[in-house]
Each structure stands twice: as C-alpha cells, then as structure tokens.
Write a protein that binds this ligand. Structure first.
Ligand code: FAD
Length: 457
C-alpha cells in the first residue's frame, strides 16, 4: 500500500506524527510539498520567507535521501496536485497536519471531499504545528480562551506526547513526478542578514543557544534589546522545522526559571493559534470591534513611510524598523513598541503595519503576526487595550546604554547614553549636524488624541 504525506508548516523529520503514522500503515510513502499559487496570490510569499522555505525544503529532501527516499515538490493548486499524486501512485491515504488559518480549513475541507470521491482517506493529525492542539482546552461556554493567563494554566496541565524519532528509512514508490526544488538563489530581494533555514539549522540553533547558557538566562535577558539574547527560533517554529512539542520537552528537561519563561512564550504561540482556529476572520478583521477611525494610507502616507523606513525621529523605533529590513527579524520588545507607536501614537490602522511586517519577517506568520498586532493595537486579546507604550520610556528601560540604537542608527553612533534616546534635547548645533530627523509627532499631543479617540480622556 501507498500513503501520501502532505507537508505544510511542518518541514521536519523528527517528531512528525503524519509521517510516522503513514510509515506504520503503508509500505511506501510519498513525502509531498506543494507550492500553491493561492499562497502567492494572497501575498504571503515574501522574498525572505521564500528563501527560508527553499532552505527548509532542501534540508528535508537531504534528510529523506539519507533514508532512501526524497521529497516530491509540485506547483499548482494544492488539492489538484494531491489528487494527481495520489492517483499516480495508487495511494489509499493522505496524511496532513491540522492547520488553523482560513486557508488551511478550506484546504482540509476540499481535500476531504475530493479525495473521498476518489476513495482515498484523509487523515488529519493534531498537535503537529502547535504543542497543544487548538480546542484541546476550552473555557466553560466558549470554543476558545480570549485571555492568556487562564489558558496558560490549563495548557500547562496538558500531557504532551513524547517526541517521535525521525524514521530510519522512507521508501518512495517509482513513477511519481516532482519538480526541481526551489533554490535559495531564486529569492532575490532578501534581507542581507537572513538566517539559514531547515531542520538541521533549527536544531543546531536550539542546541547552541542552550549550551551557551541562553535558555538558562532567558528570564533575565529576554527583554534586553542590545543583548539579543532570545532563541531566534521563530522562523524554524513557523515552518515547523522544529517541533513545538520537542522544544517544550527540551526546555522542561533542563528546568529552571529561564526554561519556564521560554515555555511560556511557546504557550503564547499556542494561545494565538487557538484564537485564530476559532476566529479565522481575525486575521484581517478586529477581534474585538473598537470602532476606531484609524488613519489609512490616504491621510497618513508621510507618517507611514517614515515608520516603515525608520525615519520617525524616535531612535528606538527607527532602530527596530531598520533591523527588520536588514535581518527580516525583530526582537519581540521592538515589535511591541513599533506596533504600539504606529497604532496608538500615529493612530494608523494595524493592518497597514501587519502587512509591512509580513512583507519582511522571515517568521511572518498569519497567526502570530496578526494576533500580536491586534494585541498591540488594543483590538485583540490585551486585557488593557488602552495602554500606550511610550517609546522613550521603553528605550531607556530596555536599551539603557543605547547600544541597540547605535547598532542600527549609525547617525547617532557618537551620541552619549544620556541623550541617545532623545536627540531632540541635544544643543541645536549638535542636533543639526546629526543628519537625523526631528520627531514626526509630539508624544503628549498624540496621547491626548488617542485617549480622546478612545473616549478615555
Ligand atoms: P523567543 O523569545 O526565544 O521565544 C521562543 C518562541 O516562542 C518564539 O520563537 C515564538 O515561536 C514563540 N513566541 C514568543 N513570543 C511570542 C508571542 N508574543 N506570540 C506568539 N509566539 C511567541 N512571532 C512569529 O513567530 N511570527 C510573527 O509573524 C510574529 N509577529 C509579531 C508581530 C508583533 C507586532 C509582535 C508584538 C510580535 C510578533 N511575534 C511573531 C511574536 C514574537 O515577537 C516573536 O515570536 C519573537 O520575537 C521571535 O523571536 P525568538 O524566536 O527569539 O523568540
């Protein structure tokens, strides 16, 4: 018998329940990845993620070849391609990880229907993309948790599976045609500081970060912008090159406050997944309607451009936005304060910021990006939706000596720590010599406008 395993955001061989199940129930398995133009049309194939994906597919193919198999890559509408492959090899089953987005729901429904008419069974596996499956824990009377703390309590009580070993051998039937793998060279327009993708690189990063003390120090250091002390595992988790279940197990095995804080972040990831699984429309619509009259491209074009380009005159915001462009990645604290700045200080629609992040982030993920944006804009699950992060206060707290700003805003490299976050307070002649813009907005005025707009003055 033959089974097809359709890989999606689970590009790994270790701890892969669909592959494991397929290998147990069939003699031969077709590991399949489909480049679906539906994803391109929706604008989610940004160059940084395309390059990272190419690395992941290459590494997955290498791993399969070492086990006697290969990855079959096809281009086209995913349902059509899966049907064609299943028909070509006489498969009786297709295995797939459950997804949470509207796109994933549609894909699953259509596969079930169309494969069903061809006599092929669809087997959907839970808790492949997340550690705990969305919907596995729910509060009384609702299909999802809208507040993080009670969710995290229930999440922590769940028993996770023991991570599955990578298969020893994979036999792929003859006669299934694939295309050449997409190469990283195709990814023109990528950020210069992009990390390498793939399961090997992801496991390596986790191992190195843990060995060098990163996990143990995580609780104390995760908000230190210049220290850059977080795991940087998000792109690997986003494409499933690293299993969330395994990451939780490894951290718990290590123990200590650093590991606990790290596991809490993985819980945030699952939290957002269970929100979006229940409310897929929250990817572009307000999760909680606030009736905000956000400014859009038409009335805030200059402010939006300054924010995107890192020219707002607020050094911490500009440093973060330039890091995003250069690395395709940004520190969580920086994401929070730049998102708060765009939405609550400039009063620009969160969707405009979310779109820009998705254009550049190598970990750009419809679940985590959109729901974190909604959190920051106060339209999502933040229980204090009216809080506004003051960029200067944040900067002094999380970049006290200005090293993060100096790294990304070279115009300010020679400004001392006392003024680096407030260059407008430098003497006039120093300030004009800097070639750095004055602030595009007055924070006090902006706060008054925001409170007024939200009816909270
Ligand atoms: P670590 O601090 O080492 O955390 C470990 C892992 O936990 C991360 O890799 C990530 O998978 C998960 N995680 C951490 N924080 C969060 C969080 N707040 N929500 C969900 N998961 C989290 N994360 C993405 O993966 N993709 C996105 O597109 C994305 N967009 C964001 C947009 C905004 C406006 C904000 C405020 C946050 C966003 N995040 C996103 C969450 C978070 O900023 C990143 O996951 C984190 O910075 C990645 O760095 P790291 O791997 O070093 O994280």
């Amino acid at each position: 018998t033959v089974a097809v395993v359709l890989f999606t955001a689970d590009l790994r061989l270790r701890d892969h329940p669909p592959l494991h199940a397929a290998l147990r129930s069939a003699d031969e398995v077709v590991p399949l990845f489909v480049l679906d133009p539906g994803i391109h049309a929706a604008g989610f194939d940004a160059p940084n993620r395309r390059a990272f994906l190419a690395d992941c597919l290459g590494d997955l193919d290498d791993g399969l070849r070492r086990r006697g198999g290969r990855l079959v890559v096809r281009s086209g509408p995913v349902v059509r391609e899966v049907r064609a492959v299943a028909a070509a090899c006489g498969a009786t089953e297709v295995h797939l990880a459950a997804g949470v987005t509207a796109y994933a729901h549609r894909r699953e429904e259509r596969l079930r229907r169309e494969l069903g008419t061809a006599g092929v069974a669809l087997r959907v596996h839970e808790a492949v993309i997340t550690a705990v499956a969305p919907g596995a824990v729910t509060p009384a009377g609702s299909d999802h948790f809208a507040v993080f703390t009670p969710y995290s309590r229930r999440w922590s009580e769940q028993t996770l599976r023991t991570p599955l070993a990578a298969p020893r051998a994979v036999r792929v039937p003859d006669g299934v045609h694939g295309e050449p793998l997409p190469g990283r060279a195709d990814g023109s327009g990528t950020s210069p500081g992009l990390p390498p993708g793939g399961e090997t690189a992801g496991r390596d990063r986790l191992a190195r970060w843990t060995r060098s003390g990163g996990l143990d120090a995580y609780e104390e250091r995760h908000d230190d912008l210049a220290g850059d002390a977080t795991s940087r595992l998000s792109p690997y988790l986003h494409l499933g090159a690293l299993s969330a279940v395994e990451a939780v197990h490894r951290a718990r095995a290590r123990g200590g406050p650093g590991a606990e804080a790290f596991v809490r972040q993985l819980c945030w990831r699952d939290f957002h997944h269970q929100v979006l699984a229940a409310r897929p429309e929250a990817s572009w619509r307000d999760y909680r309607t606030r009736d905000d009259r956000w400014r859009g491209e038409d009335d805030a074009a200059g402010d939006i451009a300054a924010w995107r380009d890192g020219r707002t005159g607020y050094p911490i915001v500009d440093a973060a936005m330039r890091q995003l462009r250069h690395e395709g990645w940004m520190h969580n604290r920086a994401r929070l304060l730049t998102a708060s700045f765009l939405t609550k200080t400039l009063y620009v629609d969160w969707r405009i910021g979310a779109r820009h992040f998705l254009d550049l982030l190598v970990d750009g993920d419809i679940v985590n990006n959109q729901l974190n944006w909604q959190w920051a804009a106060g339209t999502g699950t933040d229980t204090r939706p009216h809080r506004v992060l003051n960029p200067t206060v944040q900067a002094k707290r999380f970049d006290p000596d200005g090293a993060y700003v100096r790294r990304w805003v070279p115009e300010l490299a020679d400004v001392d720590a006392g003024r680096i976050h407030e260059p407008w307070r430098l003497p006039e002649d120093r300030r004009t010599a800097l070639a750095y813009p004055p602030p595009i907005v007055d924070l006090a005025d902006a706060l008054t406008r925001f409170r007024h707009a939200r009816g909270r003055d």
